[in-house]
Write a protein that binds this ligand. Structure first.
Ligand SMILES: *Cc1c(COP(=O)(O)O)cnc(C)c1O
Length: 465
């Protein structure tokens, strides 16, 4: 028995094995809890083997190999972090807006514990999940009331179904948008049970067009922000203010689907004017809807603000229960809105920080990446820093080109394509863009915390297997 005890003591510790695993590239990005669990399982197997009469415990490298084998067999998580080197800040396919540290902190606080989601703990009475963001949304937008749902598509659907089911909604022909992912105004209209009444032409719609279309069956005047395209040249549209005035005069509610939902004026940073939520609310529009994860820079959510009586009708619609927002999203949204309330959004909300970062700061990060790539690899790839343009993305500010710095790699089209494929299949995957035969890694969307792993990935791509 005594010998068995001493044999067991010679088994490597969990920490010893974990230190070996840290150097294994096939495990890069694997969460520590999974590594620890795998090491424990291998060590348990080993203890059983020894109890069954095996003479010597396995060496630390053998245990590490078995843990790697087990982890690789189990596979990585399907949804995982990637390095966005496309320069598209709100990249829908790469997850749109990134959460702020405070939003992340709220996920950690609300996820693993019970919460006051729908309980007013002071009175022990049933509360509303919307109460957690209602006051801050009213304060920030100036609206009477607010409601949040799963995303902005849901917000538009809910509003149309509530206000206009079986009746007519007047929309300008120039605003019958498709934003991708099957969201098209005419289709949403159909599904909500409302009838689309198109007015005006593709390039010009006037107030009189709306005026003439209003009849006993009109339930809503809808203005849709042309968030992902611009009609330029001989154009005319009706302002939110004029439309709101018309609606009020004729007793018809007016809604604006704002899409992005910016809460700060970005003109100070050289952007063209994008109507803010506050401006649209102040124009007198009755309902305004926007996304949580576009320019706002929060979690995926749809936000509706406006007249209390209308918002209350939306909230009571049974559809709202089907489109409802969950507690993790609410926690992250509350934290994001709090940053605007506290005036710290520019520094802490990643979307705003990336959009307003100067080309000089982006270039500094590009230099940090390049410096961390071994000189031989840099030479082989003809790596250099070039000037280019980033995009806002996510169907916002479609014409804006943000001056940026990118790392250009490869000397031929074929090599650029090979590098692109190699970087995308690495761990973490790196997604760049090919421009005139070179692979560009735009550093505007590369996080400071990703500089090292990007450099490692580039160095690895320089030496094809
Ligand atoms: C993006 C967008 C939507 C859809 O918002 P999601 O939050 O992605 O559902 C609807 N309308 C407009 C004008 C948009 O730009």
């Amino acid at each position: 028995m005594a010998t068995e005890q001493s044999v067991l003591r010679r088994l490597p510790s969990v920490d010893e094995v974990l230190r070996r695993l840290a150097a294994r590239p096939e495990l890069a990005g694997m969460p520590r809890v999974r590594l620890t669990a795998a090491v424990r399982q291998v060590l348990d197997d080993e203890r059983r083997r020894l109890a069954g009469g095996a003479a010597a415990p396995a060496a630390v490298d053998v245990v590490a190999d078995r843990a790697v084998e087990r982890l690789v067999r189990a596979g990585r998580f399907s949804l995982r972090a990637v390095i966005n080197a496309t320069g598209v800040v709100l990249h829908t396919n790469l997850g749109r807006a990134l959460l702020s540290p405070l939003a992340l902190e709220r996920l950690g606080a609300v996820g693993p514990a019970y919460s006051n989601l729908e309980l007013d703990v002071a009175t022990n009475e049933r509360g509303s999940r919307y109460s957690h963001v209602d006051a801050v949304l009213r304060r920030l937008t100036g609206a009477e009331a607010a409601l949040v749902v799963n995303n902005n598509a849901a917000a538009v659907l809910l509003a149309l179904e509530t206000v206009a089911h079986g009746r007519e909604v007047v929309v300008s022909r120039g605003e019958l948008i498709e934003i991708g992912g099957e969201f098209r105004i005419p289709d949403i209209m159909l599904r909500s049970g409302a009838r689309l009444r198109e007015v005006g032409t593709t390039n010009r719609t006037h107030l009189r067009d709306y005026e003439q279309a209003i009849g006993p069956d009109t339930a809503l005047l809808l203005k849709v922000h042309t968030s992902n395209y611009r009609v330029v040249g001989f154009t005319a549209d009706v302002s939110s203010r004029d439309l709101a005035e018309l609606g009020r005069a004729r007793g018809v509610p007016v809604m604006e689907d704002l899409g992005s939902g910016c809460l700060v004026d970005l003109r100070a940073h050289g952007f063209p004017h994008e109507p803010t939520v506050q401006e649209v609310v102040a124009s007198g529009v009755d309902l305004v809807s926007f996304s949580g994860d576009k320019l706002l820079g929060g979690p995926q959510a749809g936000i509706v603000v406006g007249r209390a009586a209308l918002v209350a009708r939306l909230q009571k619609n049974p559809w709202n229960r089907a489109l409802r927002i969950d507690k993790l999203t609410l926690g992250a949204l509350e934290a994001t809105l709090d940053a605007y309330d506290a005036g710290t959004a520019h520094e802490t909300v990643p979307t705003l920080r990336m959009l307003t970062e100067t080309p000089q700061v982006v270039r500094r990060r590009a230099r940090q990446v390049l410096r961390a790539v071994p000189a031989a690899a840099r030479e082989r790839l003809r790596a250099e820093i070039v000037t280019d343009a980033s995009e806002v993305g996510g169907g916002a500010l479609p014409t804006v080109k943000l001056p940026t710095a990118a790392i250009a790699l490869g000397a031929s089209d074929a090599e650029a394509r090979r590098l692109d494929a190699a970087l995308r299949s690495g761990e973490p995957a790196v997604v760049g863009r090919i421009v005139t035969g070179r692979l560009l890694l735009d550093c505007r969307t590369v996080l400071p915390s990703q500089v090292r792993s990007l450099a490692t990935a580039v160095a690895r791509a320089a030496t094809p297997p």
